[in-house]
Write a protein that binds this ligand. Structure first.
Ligand SMILES: Cc1cc2nc3c(=O)[nH]c(=O)nc-3n(C[C@H](O)[C@H](O)[C@H](O)COP(=O)(O)O)c2cc1C
Length: 213
């Protein structure tokens, strides 16, 4: 390890005591890196909770496809249930549960749409079959039969047989901008460790609070 890396590695990371962390995105990244190594299936899976116009919550799994200091990005059909719920209330909660590590991270905050350029760039990296699927699936709407779906897939496969598949106008990404990030790790006898980082507004410094588990 170089001198620079030693200077940059925070003490909490080398000590293994995550409750000493002072910045949640760095801690999330450290846990995610471990999940990539230790979680055999979909370490980037996360639950996304939204509410409908009556305030009823709903939740489903999506895959995290981008993260930076701004927040956490997933892609979906914007006309789906989650897409419509977000259109009505641009706020969401996320949950990562890495079973194999016995760790949970809970996040919430306002949501923004990714730019068209960002969505185009990610869409272009998807396998062609998945690009066709984005056209063929009217996500969250009733489907009369599996055959009807397969017919749709055949139609779009023929339509885009040659050349690149454009991104459907109804397919894009959402970014959750964290105002709260809570980290939970199991300890013996259910005396778990739990810390929460909060900030009232984006761009502000984080406040850390240890919570009863
Ligand atoms: C492991 C896993 C990953 C998934 N990833 C996505 C995803 O990235 N985007 C997506 O739209 N749906 C994804 N889904 C399907 C969603 O959970 C959900 O069924 C779908 O998006 C419709 O949700 P909605 O009706 O609430 O909008 C995934 C499901 C599982 C189990």
């Amino acid at each position: 390890m170089s001198d620079t890396a030693q200077i940059q590695t925070p003490a909490w990371l080398t000590s293994g005591d995550f409750t000493q962390a002072d910045e949640p995105l760095r801690l999330w990244q450290a846990w995610f890196d471990e999940a990539v190594k230790g979680e055999p299936r979909d370490p980037n899976a996360m639950s996304v909770a939204t509410v409908d116009k009556d305030g009823f919550p709903d939740v489903r799994t999506v895959l995290l496809k981008g993260v930076d200091e701004r927040g956490f990005v997933f892609y979906t059909n914007t006309e789906s249930q989650k897409g419509q719920e977000l259109a009505g209330n641009m706020k969401a909660a996320l949950l990562f549960y890495w079973k194999s590590l016995n760790r949970q991270v809970r996040i919430r905050g306002p949501v923004e749409r990714v730019t068209a350029e960002e969505a185009d760039a990610y869409f272009a990296t998807r396998p062609k079959g998945a690009q066709i699927g984005a056209w063929a699936s009217q996500q969250s709407r009733p489907l009369e039969s599996r055959l009807a779906f397969e017919k749709n897939v055949a139609i779009y496969t023929a339509k885009y047989a040659l050349g690149t598949v454009p991104r459907p106008p109804h397919w894009s990404g959402f970014r959750i901008l964290p105002l709260k990030m809570e980290f939970w790790h199991d300890r013996p006898f259910r005396l778990h460790d739990r810390i929460e980082f909060r900030r009232a507004e984006l761009g502000q410094d984080w406040t850390k609070v240890r919570m009863y588990p």
